[in-house]
Design a protein around this ligand. Structure first.
Ligand SMILES: [Ca+2]
Length: 296
């Protein structure tokens, strides 16, 4: 599953063209992903309209390989915001002889004044570009690949950001054989506050890669959420940040992120952890595996 952060303002402001669209691009790898490929598109809906609204998202225009169950995202009171993911399915392409193809889809975000979604208040259409990547196509140069299977973290470093109190926290990174994509190891970032202490912040991994000389490059990797006290995933490539907000526990996700071109590009993969005391039951456990940087 590939998730992009996507932001929208109130419907009337969309119509007057002051909508905030953070990134109208969605990326997915066709290698080892399910058929159909679920594309999860993040929406933030702000209601500043002075009445309660009910939000619905549906697919209004796309190639025939796409489908979507209309999503009734529910009630948003005046002054409130809701965050939700719209899932659009793309059938896996039968002909896989491509490095990347781009397709355009349009979603309609509608606001209703009733919970039965009959009284339309306003709507906005949002057009997205879907980038389907074949990460195993021979046209890509594999710039770096890390699978942790020799038991080392290779070029991947332990990383923390905005952590309020690391001194009262058990915190480390190591290879782990509890879960993995390629056997026998993945990389684990473990953290847990000492008894009586609280800890919060972004915990994860960092690596530096060289994408210079390429016209484009991608980061492809798997991640696994192992903690019920972890929240959004933040991935930073250079100074560009990507957020993934809805991640189920105990499930591997495949993620594709476009990378800037740089001879020393810092790539950071983190998850936000927050926990108020130590009970031994809610440590932070975040796994990554099969990190691949490709370019052409
Ligand atoms: Ca592995």
């Amino acid at each position: 599953m590939v998730i992009k952060y996507y932001g929208l303002r109130v419907p009337t402001r969309i119509r007057s063209e002051t909508a905030l669209i953070t990134d109208p691009d969605v990326y997915a790898d066709i290698v080892d992903t399910p058929d159909p490929i679920p594309l999860s598109i993040k929406f933030s809906f702000f209601n500043n309209e002075g009445l309660t609204l009910y939000v619905k998202v549906e697919l209004v225009s796309a190639p025939e390989d796409y489908s979507m169950e209309p999503l009734e995202a529910g009630e948003v009171a005046h002054g409130k915001k809701i965050d939700f993911d719209a899932i659009v399915n793309r059938a896996k392409p039968e002909n896989t002889d491509f490095m990347e193809i781009e397709e355009s889809i349009t979603l309609r975000v509608s606001a209703y004044t009733d919970s039965e979604y009959t009284a339309l208040y306003d709507y906005a259409d949002v057009t997205l570009t879907v980038h389907l990547i074949n990460s195993e196509h021979s046209g890509w140069e594999v710039i770096k690949e890390v699978n942790f299977d020799d038991g080392t973290l290779d070029v991947v470093e332990c990383y923390e950001e905005n952590v309020d109190d690391l001194s009262h926290c058990n915190n480390y990174c190591q290879t782990s054989n509890s879960v993995y994509v390629s056997p026998p190891y993945s990389a684990l970032h473990y953290a847990a506050p000492y008894y009586g202490y609280a800890v919060s912040g972004y915990f994860g991994f960092k690596l530096t890669v060289d994408t210079s000389g390429k016209s484009k490059a991608y980061l492809v990797f798997y991640m696994y959420k192992g903690s019920d006290r972890a929240y959004e995933v933040k991935i930073r490539a250079g100074d560009i940040e990507y957020y993934i907000q809805t991640v189920s526990e105990s499930e591997w996700y495949k993620v594709v992120i476009p990378l800037p071109i740089s001879s020393a590009l810092e790539v950071v993969i983190t998850e936000y952890y927050s926990f108020g005391y130590h009970d031994g039951l809610h440590p932070f456990k975040f796994y990554v595996d099969n990190i691949k940087i490709i370019g052409a």
